[in-house]
Design a protein around this ligand. Structure first.
Ligand code: NAI
Length: 258
C-alpha cells in the first residue's frame, strides 16, 4: 500500500517505538499526527518530521476523535499505529496473607484501560474515518498496526495486568481484521521483545539493567532498537498481503518466569 500523501496517526508517537515508527512513516511520505500525552516531546518530533502533534490520552474518546479529524484534514487517513502503552509490575497477592496486600485493582484497570481499551477506541474511530477513503487499485482503504508484547504469550511474574492487556490486543487482532475486511482495512499486531526505549529509564543503573536483560536474548544478545520495530510496522502497513497476523520481533527470546 502506497502511503505517499496519506495521513497517519501514531499513538505514543512521542517516544520509543512510536517515535521511530513516526519517523519512518514520514520518510515514506506520510503526514504524521503524533498523538501522545507528552506535549513537549510530541511537538518536538512533529516539527522534526513535518507532521503535527495532537494532545491525546487514549482513554479519552473525544481527544482521539479530534486527532482523527485533524489527520483526515491533512490527507486521507490510511494508517493508524497504536503504540501508546504503560507497564505495571505487581504480584497477584501480597506476602502477608492480607486482602489489602493483594494486587492493586485500580492499577489493573488502568493498564487495561490504556493498553487494551484505548487501542480499541483508536481503532474504531480511525477505521470509521478510513472507511470513507477512496480505495486504491487493490481495494485498500487503510492499515492498522497494534503494539502488543511478547508478554502476551510469556508473561513474567508480576505481569498479570500487562500480559492481560497485551493478550487482549493479540486476541482482537483477527476478529477486528475480519470486521474491517469489507472496508478494505488491514489489521496486524507486532509483539516486541526487549527494546531499548525510555521505558527502562535512563542513566548508568538502567544501562547496566539493560545489558543484563540483553543476555537472555537468543540472538543477537542485545536489546532491540526502536528502528528494528518500526521497520516491521512499515512492513505491516505497506505489504498489502499481510493481514490478521501477530508477529514477534524479539531476537528469539522466550521470557522466563522472572
Ligand atoms: P515509551 O515509554 O518509550 O513510549 C510510550 C509512549 O506512550 C510515551 O510517549 C507516553 O507518553 C505514551 N503514552 C502513555 N500513556 C498514554 C496515554 N494514556 N495516551 C497517549 N499516550 C500515552 O515506550 P515504548 O517502549 O516505545 O513502548 C511502545 C509500545 O510498545 C507500548 O505499548 C509497550 O507496551 C510496547 N512494548 C515495549 C517493549 C519494550 O521493551 N520497550 C516491549 C514490548 C512491548
Amino acid at each position: 500500500m502506497d502511503i505517499t500523501g496519506a495521513s497517519a496517526i501514531v499513538t505514543g508517537g512521542a517516544s520509543g517505538i512510536g517515535a521511530a515508527a513516526a519517523r519512518q512513516l514520514a520518510a515514506k511520505g506520510a503526514k504524521v499526527v503524533v498523538a501522545d500525552l507528552n506535549a513537549d516531546k510530541g511537538q518536538e518530533l512533529a516539527q522534526e518530521i513535518g507532521g503535527v502533534f495532537a494532545p491525546v490520552d487514549v482513554t479519552r474518546t473525544e481527544q482521539i476523535q479530534a486527532a482523527v479529524e485533524q489527520a483526515a484534514e491533512l490527507g486521507p487517513l490510511r494508517v493508524l499505529v497504536n503504540s501508546a502503552g504503560i507497564g505495571w509490575a505487581q504480584r497477584t497477592i501480597g506476602r502477608d496473607g492480607e486482602f489489602g496486600s493483594a494486587h492493586d485493582l485500580g492499577a489493573f484497570s488502568k493498564v487495561i484501560a490504556i493498553n487494551l481499551i484505548g487501542t480499541f477506541d483508536c481503532i474504531r474511530l480511525a477505521a470509521t474515518a478510513m472507511s470513507r477513503n477512496e480505495p486504491d487499485a487493490d481495494g485498500q482503504r487503510g492499515a492498522i498496526v497494534n503494539m502488543a508484547s511478547v508478554a502476551a504469550f510469556d508473561g513474567q511474574i508480576g505481569q498479570a495486568s500487562y500480559s492481560a492487556s497485551k493478550g487482549g490486543v493479540v486476541g482482537m487482532t483477527l476478529p477486528v481484521a475480519r470486521d474491517l475486511s469489507a472496508s478494505g482495512i488491514r489489521v496486524n499486531t507486532v509483539a516486541p521483545g526487549l527494546i531499548d526505549t525510555p521505558i527502562y529509564g535512563e542513566g548508568e543503573a538502567s544501562e547496566e539493567f539493560k545489558a543484563n536483560l540483553g543476555k537472555n536474548v537468543l540472538f543477537p544478545k542485545r536489546l532491540g532498537t526502536p528502528d528494528e520495530l518500526a521497520s516491521m510496522v512499515i512492513e505491516c502497513v505497506t505489504n498489502s498481503y499481510l493481514n490478521g497476523e501477530v508477529i514477534r520481533v524479539d531476537g528469539g527470546i522466550r521470557m522466563p518466569p522472572k
